[in-house]
Design a protein around this ligand. Sequence first.
Ligand SMILES: Cc1cc2nc3c(=O)[nH]c(=O)nc-3n(C[C@H](O)[C@H](O)[C@H](O)COP(=O)(O)OP(=O)(O)OC[C@H]3O[C@@H](n4cnc5c(N)ncnc54)[C@H](O)[C@@H]3O)c2cc1C
Length: 514
Amino acid sequence: MTRIASGATGLAAAYDVVVIGLGVTGTGVALDAVSRGLSVLAVDAHDLAFGTSRWSSKLVHGGLRYLATGQVGIAHESAVERGILMESTAPHLTHAMPMLLPLTSSVGAGQALLARGGFVAGDVLRRGARTGRETLPRPRRISATEALALAPGLRSAGLRGGLLSWDGQLEDDARLVTTIARTAADLGAAVRTRTRVLHATGTSVSLRDALTSSCVDVAARAVVNATGVWAGDLDPDVTLRPSRGTHVVLRQDTLPGLRTSVTAPVPGSTSRFVLVLPQPDGTVYVGLTDEPADGPVPDVPLPTEPEIGFLLDVVSAAFAHDLRRSDVVGAFAGLRPLLTVSDGRTDGETADLSRKHAVLTSRTGVVTVVGGKLTTYRRMAEDAVDRVVEESRLDADPCRTRTLPLAGAAPRPVLARLEAPARLVRRFGTDAGLVLDTARDLTGLSDDELLAPVADHLPATLAELVFGITHEGAVDVDDLLDRRTRIGLVGPDRALALPAAERALALVAARRAG
Ligand SMILES: Cc1cc2nc3c(=O)[nH]c(=O)nc-3n(C[C@H](O)[C@H](O)[C@H](O)COP(=O)(O)OP(=O)(O)OC[C@H]3O[C@@H](n4cnc5c(N)ncnc54)[C@H](O)[C@@H]3O)c2cc1C
């Protein structure tokens, strides 16, 4: 049912393009390359979305903050890519999210004026990117009463009103990656998890299958290194200096009635903010920090207690309710790739590639694509594949990902008319029916059982867990709970959902054995 598999058995001896890393960048490269008619193998040492791509703020940024630093080109690129995701390629996985900057006593009149100018400029970016106002409404000043209606927990003393703007929010970052991978696999790419690249050149990779520990060499006409903060392990010319961004997870009822994200000013600073981001699954993320993370890159970065304390303090200053450590039900951290290009191949400069991306050809011929963000993955992939097509003289069609819908994508009015559970439509779009049909056929269970929340207050369903195994390459409970769904972000919820994940695995195994 799926071309997403684990391990390295049964691979062809050679592919046009081998892609290393199945985060948003690598899956994007795989999709771009296969949709140009190239044969593609894309591998990850662990799983889809194992790295930074699952630790983001889950925003589809319009690039406003780049305007503030005069990086107009990057801002425009972000706004264009946001529009492509929200209007063409992934309307099912994205939605408009209101963002409220409360005008409290700590935001002076000058700062408020500046912020308002910024939001107007952001709207100009939206228009420049030809993203419709029905997709992202125009920013506006709102009264204190309206601000409190949207965010009832805000401190009302000294509240003069708010600035309300709109940006894109993802249903989930790992779900975006999974959907890109499935789209690439549906077009013919071989997508393999648990397959580590030990060594790469421009024309070959040595793979180790994590399931069997066996090694195999695969030939390629081009090799793309999309391993994010691990890029330097495979390309000695790439040096990274990661920085850690931490979020904490709260339950929705900790900040009751919150219907908007809130940009909470860091007390004493005029330019630093903490974001309070309600999620579609009943949690709220608060983030994020920016701390140097020197030393070896861990598989899973961990937040520190001072970072968690800082985030709680900033939000407590903006809200009437003081947040306590016990309100925190989960915390996660991701590493931004800050990159130094050491040998002068490209620009010879130290560059902050959390803001822009780079495509670098190493002395061994491996092409590394690094930096950027989730929002701009498609453009990064296009640039990387353009590079390998040119350098390796591949016979490829022009890029077509600008208009290529991801699996399940459809215009919003079509999605709104689908007769399927809303959660499945939000996560699988027009494939919601396929998810349910697959689970029905495979398990013989009733819809009531397949669509029931896997536990109290956990909206994930057995149907999507089964689909995660049959169509999305999940092979164990970690894949299901930590990446195909994000239940694992809250430890106690993970424990509650474990039996459902084990049941889904057992149901599929029994069917395959039979
Ligand atoms: C805290 C934080 C918040 C962010 N928030 C946002 C946001 O809201 N919006 C936005 O647009 N962007 C955001 N970003 C940026 C965005 O998350 C990253 O730019 C993006 O996820 C990087 O993806 P990637 O595919 O390049 O790397 P990764 O997701 O890290 O993928 C690299 C993959 O390579 C694999 N790998 C490594 N070595 C090997 C090997 N030898 N063999 C095989 N596989 C290997 C890893 O297992 C991993 O899965 C955020 C970043 C951070 C750090």
